[in-house]
Design a protein around this ligand. Sequence first.
Ligand code: ZN
Length: 247
Amino acid sequence: MELQATCDGLVLCEFCGVNSESAKDESSVLRVVLVGPPASGKGSQAKVLADELGLFHLSTGSAIRDHMARGTELGERCREYMSQARLVPDEVAMEVVDDEVGEHGGGGFVLDGFPRTLHQAELLDQWMRERGQELDAVIVLDVMQADLEARVARRVLCGGCGQPLRLGGRVNSMNDACPDCGGELVRRTDDDVNVFRGRFQEYLDMTVPVIDHYAEIGKLRRVDGSRLPDDVSRSILDLLKPDTQEK
Ligand SMILES: [Zn+2]
């Protein structure tokens, strides 16, 4: 879809009518990709970044789930792949990005979960070229595998109220009860160390080539993701903000 420029230079979304004021000055629009291994905190960092800088946050995973829940044609196609335990093809993932970012990303965006493969990165680069745009930065959260495994091992959920908890935080062992509702603690299958290792290997095989690609073209920025979430957020914002202020 197209953004329509109004006579006073504001850019109006044709569908939702939202003003993307920042879109009037193309040079101030930030387009960022956040990359990181599973359990690196990439999703929460993307959210902070979007809130702080007024960017549209697209998590392709949630966008796909949302399309499936709404029963859109795109969602139905994704459901077919997923019901056969197949990955959504790169082209289809790109369609999701095109749809969502095309509609809401006029004032800048942060992508989380895309591109996951080198081919997806090439599709994204081409899509942006066609629109006369380019990414400002691809930020990778560096966390050692051992640190990630330790994080995963500490993650538990309350089986009663469903809240995420951390061993060594408000609870100390699986035998403790939820401090809020007294419910029993459970683990998500995702938080099994073997499931994690499979996903980490997938990251090394499929996503590290994406990182190499953006390093080659000078777009890559590395952030130490092993620190406290607030410190990680600050580093990411420091990387991006001087840029926006200069322009
Ligand atoms: Zn609970």
